[in-house]
Design a protein around this ligand. Structure first.
Ligand code: FES
Length: 219
């Protein structure tokens, strides 16, 4: 875990508000780990690490001044990581259900463990992704019950997680969820990411950010 600089090589727009950032640097990391990126407001934001065409990459939903700085203004970014626990998938056929904000992580996981990837986007996707992609809630809700898997990782918005949870909660020990959006400092200092799991108190930044469905008390 260290401080380093990330230099943007390419920025690709995925949909109306989400961008794929490809970096020049090389960084060893495991699927499921994340990086904290600094903004001028001195707030660090977490992003799941991934790859695109072998290069280090993240995807970013631009929704405020901090993410606008990361996507549009800075060429070099101050970062800290890799952080968090690696995700080790169980045996069997896996599927990653992700929103465009986690597309690079999903891509890396597919390369590492040959799982299927399904992308659910709220708005039209601007370029062809190398995965099955559905646009809009209606299409997503039609697709979900057709998925066949031994394990399923959900990496997306809160509403996406809730829908998948409701659909498959009878086999929640086969579900996994990324919770990186609940983090503050990312390094175990602020305690803002704590939650009560079925096995006791957990911290998203230290014990996660990926948790098995039966750890989460979402009923
Ligand atoms: S994000 Fe600060 S303690 Fe986990």
């Amino acid at each position: 875990m260290e401080n380093f600089c990330l230099t943007k090589d390419k920025v690709l727009r995925i949909n109306s508000d989400t961008y794929l950032l490809i970096f020049e640097e090389r960084l060893p990391f495991e699927p499921g780990q994340f990086v904290m990126i600094e903004t001028p407001q001195l707030v660090r934001k977490p992003f799941m690490l991934g790859r695109w065409n072998e290069a280090l990459a993240i995807s970013v939903q631009m929704k405020g001044v901090g993410t606008r700085y990361i996507v549009q203004e800075a060429r070099k970014l101050k970062a800290h990581g890799p952080l968090g626990k690696a995700f080790v998938p169980p045996e069997g056929r896996g599927v990653v259900v992700a929103s465009p904000t986690c597309v690079t992580m999903a891509n890396y996981l597919q390369k590492r463990c040959n799982c299927e990837v399904v992308i659910g986007s709220k708005t039209q996707v601007r370029f062809e992704l190398p995965f099955r992609t559905v646009v809009g809630d209606h299409e997503f809700l039609r697709l979900l019950p057709t998925l066949q898997y031994d394990w399923c990782l959900v990496a997306g918005s809160d509403s996406m997680k809730r829908v998948v949870w409701e659909t498959f909660k009878n086999k929640k020990e086969h579900l996994f969820f990324t919770l990186e959006e609940y983090m503050g400092c990312g390094v175990g200092a602020c305690k803002s990411c704590s939650f009560l799991a079925s096995s006791g108190l957990k911290y998203v930044c230290k014990d996660g950010p990926i948790f098995r469905g039966d750890e989460l008390c979402w009923e």
